[in-house]
Design a protein around this ligand. Sequence first.
Ligand code: GDP
Length: 420
Amino acid sequence: HIDRETLKIVVVGHVDHGKSTVIGRLLYDTKSLPEGTVDRVKRISKEKGKPFEYAYLLDAFEEEQKQGITIDTTQLQFHTQQRDYVIIDAPGHKEFLKNMISGAASAEAALLIIDANEGIQEQSRRHGYILSLLGIQKVYVLVNKMDLIGYSEESFNEIKHTMNEFLSNLHVFPLKYIPISAFHGENITSRSEKMPWYKGESLLTALDLFEKDKGLEGKPLRFPIQDVYKFDHRRIIAGRIESGALQVGDEIRILPSNKVTRIKTIEQWVEKDNHQSASAGMSVGITFEDEFFNQRGEFIVHAHDTSLVTDIFKASLFWMGKAELVKHKEYKLKLVTQEVECEIYSINKAIDATSLETIENADSVKTNDVAEVVIRTKKQICIDEFKNNQHTGRFVIIDGYDVCGGGIVSGLANEIQVHT
Ligand code: GDP
């Protein structure tokens, strides 16, 4: 099963709306728990005089994982026929936001859980906001505890309508709303007989329908220049292909200078012979048909690609500097091989990473908080929106000599957008 596909998901929702129960159910129903876990947890519950809860399975599972040395305790796994799943744990928003923005953990899809009986709470809204902040677009909303409202179609539709309205303002468009009872296992592995009015898929079937992102090889070419070497009178442009592929003869564009030429040769350092093509993840040297003055930090893309050079853009930022992040101070921004001076042009939102309280139009961002900002660079740079390319859509901010923040590019900005 070495080349099975893995999808990383995150489960978010207001406390007590059923996060752990859903995860416990998924682990249980896909037989992903170690032998005997269920029996043991049932026995312990009985001894304590408490009714059995699927949520306890999660604690027991984590406990068992901790005892094994080889298994990563922060990542729960389960498997379907189709592929493997990893649940990115979100122990507190702070760690989750930090890990997601810095790239330490990356969820491709999300399940947002809402208690049907309690409806949408402030936290549900904030979690919706987190998804938008992180650019997670593959989202299912699970309307849980349907048993408590008599499996009512009407209430389900009401919640769906309200949530849809709220999320669409954040540009999050859930792909599905699934009515479930995690506790009773309704609509988890198969369609529930309690909700014949629901014509969609069960949770597990729906999970397998999340489409995996295209691999880096399938994306547009991004080849940031690391170094330029002179070699036997030739200029060899060296770097790592972050995404896409290139071939001898390809017409390419060098950004931001916007010069166009063709690739003459591709050289790899290890073997002596020339190559005809290279793709994402490979470190190569290339030569051009025309010689220009090239330098570190420039991006090589295919000639038809023109849209990613800018000096102003929107970003989601995690700040960990000792000093607060402030507007209009000079920082350094590093994005792959580019290094450029920048300033924070506006702080549209500063968010307390623990409580998710938000301040609009803030003047500063505190240590360990998150912000939605507009960044302005002194020179034009090449960027991608994070949702399109995780390698060229992520950057760090340096204050003095210290890395003080990590960010992801959430969108292009222009001055007009900034002021509205
Ligand atoms: P979390 O805080 O979001 O992880 O929520 P839990 O999974 O711990 O669930 C909170 C409580 O809700 C527990 O007592 C669960 O048994 C209960 N619960 C979860 N799902 C359901 C459900 O579908 N129906 C009912 N009636 N209770 C549920």
